[in-house]
Design a protein around this ligand. Sequence first.
Ligand SMILES: Cc1cc2nc3c(=O)[nH]c(=O)nc-3n(C[C@H](O)[C@H](O)[C@H](O)COP(=O)(O)OP(=O)(O)OC[C@H]3O[C@@H](n4cnc5c(N)ncnc54)[C@H](O)[C@@H]3O)c2cc1C
Length: 301
Amino acid sequence: MAAELAYLRPTTLSEAVSFLETVAGAQPVAGATDVYVGIRSGKHAPAALVSLKAIPALGHLTPDSPTDAYEGKAEGGTADLGVLIGGVVTHGAVEDSEWMRRHFPAVHQACSGVGSRQVRNVATLGGNICNAAPCADSAVGLLLYDATLILAGPAGERELPLSDFFVGPGETRLQPAEILKEIRVPAPGPRTFAHYWKHTRRKGVELPLLGVGARLTLAADGTVEVARISLGVCAPMPTRSREAEQVLEGKKLTAELVKEAGEVAAAHALVRDTWRGRGWYRREMVRVLVPRVIGLSGALS
Ligand SMILES: Cc1cc2nc3c(=O)[nH]c(=O)nc-3n(C[C@H](O)[C@H](O)[C@H](O)COP(=O)(O)OP(=O)(O)OC[C@H]3O[C@@H](n4cnc5c(N)ncnc54)[C@H](O)[C@@H]3O)c2cc1C
């Protein structure tokens, strides 16, 4: 007979950390859309699940609407205060957020494409990041905006850039009994353009064959001040193409430069064959999609 699986439902962060520290084989769980798949397939066999969903301190999406008071503090109509995303905020909540759609369009697009609306209603950005799949849509979107993670554990809290969090497929820098408390996304500043493209074989519920995102922040004269190119399924983890970013930064944005960025991103992508697609096809599509997402971001117009 299968061993019984204990289910714990703490209401504070410290209680959750304490459960994870003291209950042998305990694993945190949010929407469980990855956890239950892992348990059913026999990949994971936790002795206890510590649900994070009843902890109010993890549920905030701030701000969640573009109120006048908040926008009054913003320069040139852009979000100069960024956004704070609690550890159990769902993709559905981001999809419904006008603030996210207007000021962080690539994260909004990435979250809106995860699974189906039923999946998005329960699946969290925190779970997507901590599951650390190379294809994780919202992680690839968040990499564009230099997001950082607030991790809470037995030794207190620490902040880590999202780009330093991933170690390999399913592996992160989370320490034992640590919980992702909050994702902090700084304001990208005025003249920022961004887009995320989830490349799939069909429109329905499907993990990406490839995820490609771009975020460009331009100076007043049109020079690229900050370039971020992020890729899913092009490395053992969600990743940035720093080589392509270097091609773009400090230069005037032209169609030729954008094409070169696509070629450089493709040349450095660590693609591989999977049952969803061949490595050569992924590389070719990186070359095509990097210029496409930059075009769709509006930065070239
Ligand atoms: C039908 C279906 C379609 C899907 N489609 C997509 C898709 O299109 N794109 C995509 O990227 N993913 C997709 N997924 C995968 C999954 O939905 C996402 O990765 C989701 O974001 C996971 O979130 P969750 O809250 O369900 O995580 P959970 O399953 O609860 O947890 C995932 C992992 O993160 C850990 N964890 C969760 N929250 C925290 C926290 N706050 N602190 C520390 N550790 C934590 C858990 O211990 C576990 O290891 C799909 C899944 C299904 C079942």
